[in-house]
Design a protein around this ligand. Structure first.
Ligand code: SAH
Length: 254
């Protein structure tokens, strides 16, 4: 019997944003691997084995799932949001790239999910309406100097920027530094969106400015969208504002 490994994106929160394709892939699996809190979001099915792991064990988790698939099991590896965005799909590919022939022969596929950046953007309006990029502020897997270079390039290039992994107990100062850096490129009034735990019970979305942005209001479940000089805020009576980046940049032809 030949096994398979499907890397499945669960979306940002509840079942509403789990795609039908992801739900089918989860239901079809004999064994589920992933970070414990993500596995807890998958409905239980009798006979389906679960292998929760710690958040920091990505490489070992990917290798264990590949080994299990090589034994003939249909394995699903779960990720929050999209599995290809700062998540397990790349960790699985890395293991296959480094590993032997056996893993290269496996049936490996990736099922996309709604990534946090898109979920937060939708709550706020359309901040990603024009050119944008995503940067993980975690310096666990890259040096801080590289993050600073990328911040400079993104802000001076006029991109809207989504920050994943903005802050954690082990990385308390990076977000404040990033804001300081951005203030050298962008107007103080540049709109920012703090999207916290979007799609979950404790969801909170706050629109602020680069000048007023407070790093201590973010945590590991927050995604931050930093506008460009073009991003605008429409205030609405009795409702949250709409943040959007116009479809055309200055200087565009008509
Ligand atoms: N693969 C995930 C991202 C993993 S990195 C995805 O595609 O969304 C983890 C970071 O994603 C968190 O630190 C946070 O910045 C962001 N994030 C994940 N889920 C979120 C949610 N529901 N609301 C806001 N941000 C979220």
């Amino acid at each position: 019997m030949s096994g398979s490994l499907t890397v499945v994106g669960l979306g940002p929160g509840g079942p509403d944003t789990l795609t039908p394709e992801a739900a089918s892939a989860l239901a079809a699996a004999d064994a589920l691997y992933g970070y414990g809190p993500y596995l807890d979001r998958v409905p239980q099915r009798a006979g389906q084995m679960r292998y929760p792991s710690d958040n920091r064990e990505e490489g070992a988790r990917a290798a264990a799932a590949l080994d299990r698939a090589a034994e003939g099991t249909h394995v699903a590896m779960v990720s929050g949001g999209d599995p290809g965005v700062f998540a397990m799909a790349a960790a699985v590919c890395e293991q296959i790239d480094r590993g032997g022939e056996t893993w290269r022969k496996l049936d490996v596929s990736v099922v996309p999910g709604v990534t946090a950046m898109l979920a937060v953007a939708a709550r706020a309006g359309a901040p990603l309406g024009h050119d944008f990029c995503a940067i993980s502020l975690s310096d666990n897997l890259k040096p801080w100097e590289l993050i600073e270079r990328r911040l400079d390039a993104a802000a001076s290039g006029g991109f809207v920027i989504a920050f994943y992994n903005p802050i954690s107990r082990a990385r308390p100062w990076q977000l404040g530094k990033a804001f300081e850096r951005l203030r050298t490129h962008l107007p103080a009034s540049t709109p920012l969106v703090f999207g916290h735990a979007v799609g979950r019970r404790d969801e909170r979305v706050v629109v602020t400015t680069l000048e007023a942005a407070d790093p201590s209001s973010a945590n590991m479940a927050t995604l931050i969208i930093v506008g460009s000089a073009e991003t605008r805020v429409i205030e609405r009576p009795g409702m949250s504002p709409l943040v959007y980046t116009p479809r055309s940049a200055p200087g565009a032809g008509t």
